[in-house]
Ligand binder design. Structure first.
Ligand code: HEC
Ligand code: HEC
Length: 323
């Protein structure tokens, strides 16, 4: 062996050096710690095992597949299946629950509220506002002033079939266009508008005390059938209460004049074909709790009566109130 190959022995530790030296520091040639070597060997074995079982080596067009056929897509699909199954369990329970059961079961109620809130944002906020506060022609759903009723079953029916919608079972009624269609003359309309303003406690625009006798007569003959003798409204016809200060189309003289002259006939679409039964139920619960929900015996079978009421309203609908 050549001289330069001969390893130097460190005098202090008695261990051979590697021959590497930095600024007088020499590296000792100690063997690797045994534990370290074992870990290293185990890692190598583990890597080989992993290459065989799982996708590991990049190859053209993907990677080696591994004998287990594992992919993250499969794992995702599996966990999605589990989530859907868990959701389905709720949906089944929800579907078979009456409103009474939903309102008395915290889990079902929370489920309805969460689903209703998001369905409302997606489908209803465009017209009713994101807080359901409404705007001109679009009713506020937070208050307890209802055109067609604030019980769960009323709200459910309204959402499902709509108001003056294309559905056969829609809520329907039609206030005549008293001016445009010539049922009342200008003087009579002015008089009845003054009377309507007075009903809600707003005095006439001119400040003077008006003579309401003509307005009162016109109202009794033409309006009371739908709006009630004292203008308190009638939900069978969706006719608003005219004696409060809540206005769907505005409470100024010109707004009311416009309504009486032309009629309005707001349209709420039917959601029967666009939303599934569960979503409509969730929405009914959501709208009901917004503030104006009314109590009832939350029984879905009351829908039968509701349908009858709607049919009756269609038949009783006054075509012209002036003859
Ligand atoms: C295209 C506009 C529009 C959309 C979208 C719409 N609505 Fe309506 N909605 C109306 C109008 C207009 C009325 C009032 C109709 C009338 O004059 O009687 C109404 C009335 C209602 C009423 C009856 C209020 C009462 O006082 O009786 C409820 C409840 C209601 N909407 C809920 C909903 C829900 C829930 C959705 C979403 C699924 C929705 N609306 C989507 C226009 C809309
Ligand atoms: C066939 C039933 C019917 C008759 C008759 C009727 N109305 Fe109406 N009226 C309604 C309905 C339904 C609405 C609200 C829904 C819509 O048109 O969008 C309404 C709305 C109104 C409004 C708007 C209220 C608001 O909150 O903005 C006024 C005002 C009104 N009617 C006054 C009258 C007067 C005055 C008469 C008689 C000259 C009359 N109505 C006759 C059914 C009727």
């Amino acid at each position: 062996m050549a001289d330069k190959d001969k390893k130097e022995i460190d005098k202090i530790s008695g261990v051979e050096t590697t021959g590497h030296e930095w600024d007088g520091l020499k590296e000792l040639n100690n063997p690797l710690p045994r534990w370290w070597v074992w870990v290293w060997l185990v890692c190598i074995l583990w890597a080989v095992w992993y290459w065989v079982l799982y996708p590991a080596w990049p190859v053209p067009g993907g990677a080696t597949e591994g004998t287990k056929g594992y992919t993250q897509f499969k794992e995702l699909a599996q966990s999605q299946k589990e989530i859907l199954a868990r959701q389905q369990e709720y949906l089944d329970k929800f579907e078979n629950a009456s409103f009474d059961q939903i309102m008395n079961d915290q889990e079902l109620y929370a489920f309805a509220m969460a689903g209703g809130a998001s369905a409302f944002k997606d489908n209803c906020a465009t017209c009713h506002g994101s807080g359901a506060e409404g705007s001109k022609g679009y009713p506020n759903l937070n208050d307890d002033d209802w055109l067609w009723g604030g019980k769960l079953s009323d709200i459910y029916y309204t959402i499902k079939y709509g108001i003056r919608s294309v559905d056969e079972q829609t809520r329907i009624s039609q206030m005549p266009a008293f001016g445009k269609d010539g049922f009342l003359d200008r003087k009579e309309i002015d008089a009845v508008v003054s009377y309507v303003l007075a009903l809600s406690g707003s005095v006439g625009d001119h400040g003077e005390v008006e003579d309401y006798s003509l307005g009162k007569k016109v109202f009794a003959q033409n309006c009371a059938t739908c709006h009630g003798d004292n203008g308190q409204g009638n939900r069978e016809f969706g006719a608003p209460n005219l004696s409060d200060k809540i206005w769907l189309y505005g409470g100024k003289r010109e707004d009311i004049f416009y309504t009486v002259y032309n009629s309005r006939a707001g349209v709420m679409p039917t959601w029967k074909n666009r939303l599934d039964e569960n979503t409509i139920k969730e929405l009914a619960v959501y709208v009901h709790q917004l503030g104006g929900g009314e109590d009832e015996n939350y029984d879905m079978s009351s829908q039968v009566d509701k349908e009858k009421v709607a049919d009756d309203a269609k038949q009783e609908q006054p075509q012209s109130t002036k003859e």
